[in-house]
Design a protein around this ligand. Structure first.
Ligand SMILES: [Zn+2]
Ligand SMILES: [Zn+2]
Length: 154
């Protein structure tokens, strides 16, 4: 099921004594509100609204697929956050804004320094080679330069 609208009417849920939604959300819902430095490709949502005596309890989880740029090697990679949430909506509220809720969960989940892998080797500062895919000669020369500097310091 594709979910195009993530604003749920509180009275509707109350009248139906709850609501269960499971499906993939339109990525455009989040890309319009989130930072432009990354792109949401897909968000799967599983949410269960249950109607209590004075409020609605929303329990759910999301699985996302987001394109990020690695802070070390500058290559795009797919980041897959998984988050669960619990939220209460009072009957005096008009709607449950799950769109904003998911947008903030996604933006919180994104690391300050995204890495394509924990052991990403990054790019060579001298020749720009992506060291994950190729080796260059610079690292060897760097080591030598470091040794020379150390000798001078002594
Ligand atoms: Zn990387
Ligand atoms: Zn190099």
């Amino acid at each position: 099921m594709d979910i195009a609208n993530l604003l749920f009417d509180i009275n509707n849920i109350k009248d139906n004594k709850g609501l269960k939604i499971k499906g993939t959300c339109a990525a455009s819902l989040f890309n319009k509100v989130l930072d432009k430095s990354y792109e949401v490709n897909e968000v799967f949502l599983d949410i269960n609204f249950s109607a209590g005596s004075d409020s609605i309890l929303a329990q759910g989880f999301i699985k996302g697929k987001i394109s990020l740029i690695c802070a070390r090697c500058n290559e795009a990679f797919e980041y897959k956050p998984k988050e669960s949430f619990t939220e209460l909506y009072d009957y005096s509220q008009k709607s449950a804004d799950i769109e904003s809720l998911i947008a903030s969960l996604l933006s919180i989940s994104i690391p300050m320094k995204p890495l394509c892998s924990d052991d990403c080797k990054g790019i060579c500062a001298i020749c720009g080679t992506n060291l994950n895919t190729m080796n260059c000669e610079c690292s060897y020369q760097n080591e030598n330069a470091f040794v020379i500097l150390k000798d001078l310091a002594i």
